[in-house]
Design a protein around this ligand. Sequence first.
Ligand SMILES: *[C@@H]1O[C@H](CO)[C@@H](O)[C@H](O)[C@H]1NC(C)=O
Ligand SMILES: *[C@@H]1O[C@H](CO)[C@@H](O)[C@H](O)[C@H]1NC(C)=O
Length: 461
Amino acid sequence: MAAIVKIVAFFVLLAHSVKCHSSSSLSAADRISELPGQPRVSFHQYSGYVSVDEKEERALFYYFVEAENDPASKPLVLWLNGGPGCSSLGVGAFSENGPFRPSGNGLVRNEHSWNREANILYLESPIGVGFSYAANSSSYEGVNDKITARDNLVFLQNWFLQFPQYKDRSLYITGESYAGHYIPQLAELMLQFNKKRKEFYLKGIALGNPVLEYATDFNSRAEFFWSHGLISDSTYGMFTSACNYSRYVSEYYRGSLSPICSKVMSLVTTETSKFVDKYDVTLDVCIPSVLSQSKVLAPQQVTESIDVCVEDETLNYLNRKDVQKALHARLIGLNRWLVCSNILDYEPLDLEIPTINIVGRIIQAGIPVLVYSGDQDSVIPLTGTRRLVHRLARLLKLRSTTPYRVWFAGMQVGGWTQVYDNILSFATIRGASHEAPFSQPERSLVLFKAFLEGTPLPQEF
Ligand SMILES: *[C@@H]1O[C@H](CO)[C@@H](O)[C@H](O)[C@H]1NC(C)=O
Ligand SMILES: *[C@@H]1O[C@H](CO)[C@@H](O)[C@H](O)[C@H]1NC(C)=O
């Protein structure tokens, strides 16, 4: 009985506090006063938890950075990393397009941060990723695309209660890799929801090196490896005829790996070598992180321009107690924050759900879509993505309004682009990895700005 009284009292108090305080104080508790080792900045940062299921105690962790200048006039952009199971905080915010990158004991500014153009919301999704959690660990089993999309939608609805000034703001959803599933699925849920009551002012989606149709995406890997010299002619032959990659993955996840697929993949793995980053075949690897998985030593040169060890530095930074305190983060049911979750048990066969047709429906609803590819990525190579986009344009009977051409960033070619009916765009980012804003920050920012403004990519310099 006493417990019930207490619960009632709690809700009364909560209702009271909601009524009495202005909406901005709802977000005030999540305001970050300063991240340890952070350079001085003028924009506001917030982070914390938003419940997506009160009863089951499931909550998602977010990190929100307001635009550097005049946030009230800038759109809201949701960023999602893939995996499934990798963190938008650790990968997106701290290695790709956020305002800071860890370095030594502190943080350094990223000159090409996307919050120059927008208010960016990084979401660790689904539950079990990063600081996001469920009180009952059995909730981590069998998480799938459907649950993820619904949780992401509920997250946004509840986040808007805390940040009502963003509720009617132009909204864009961006992300990469397995977010090629998350984003179209979330966008479609929003459009369905809007039919009942307009709640999401969705203005566009951008998908970077996305999984859109796994067989086309994965089978373009063989040619990419081969044309970049990572595998021999004979292995290429086997990887395209005896067992292709989509067959391998499909057998692997069903626990029925055939001897031929096992043999082909073992050849491919040996020839490509673990000392080449599959997410950027021209980039050096971070030796500490490779060696943590192997005892083999191989001499490697250190690059000056790109910090390939940023993931290790992020891991150290986000596991500092002072950093977690500043972020209002807690480790629930885990002893360490990880870049990619090891507790989430995501439904592997959802990988095979094609999302390219959902992208088609989003376009038919009038929402612009940008699909872009870091062109050094062998995991989701540009060639498969370009083929899928072209096929979709044909299916929807879209005309090519901008024929395939180069675009510029600074005085150099930033990549190639093609636009269909000013609603479906494809672009490559030259010299970029799977995590394009990590390896080509300036070019990625040019692309992002053009996407938000709905303007053509620079045709000249
Ligand atoms: C966790 O969830 C499972 C499955 O729904 C349930 O059987 C179990 O009792 C729950 N555990 C706790 C501690 O609530
Ligand atoms: C991959 O292999 C599967 C099964 O053998 C086959 O159905 C499919 O056509 C192949 N795809 C390509 C692109 O070779």
